[in-house]
Design a protein around this ligand. Structure first.
Ligand SMILES: [Zn+2]
Length: 67
């Protein structure tokens, strides 16, 4: 384990991009604000994609039942 891994594990550095978050050890790995926002954005996009897929599947099944 490098000192950098220690920093990440203690929550000093972002686990995603490695930027220094703070000098207070929190005892767990965490992300910086930028990566947190990016992650939330990614989750929202994933949810939107899942919703779209679900709607498409429902539309598909409706078409199937009409046959
Ligand atoms: Zn980051």
């Amino acid at each position: 384990m490098s000192f950098y891994d220690d920093y990440v594990a203690d929550g000093l550095c972002c686990e995603s991009c490695g930027v220094l978050i703070s000098l207070n050890e929190v005892g767990y790995s965490r992300r910086c604000v930028a990566c947190e926002i990016e992650e939330r954005q990614r989750q929202r996009e994933a949810q939107a994609a899942a919703r779209k897929a679900r709607l498409a599947a429902r539309r598909e099944s409706r078409r199937e039942s009409r046959r």
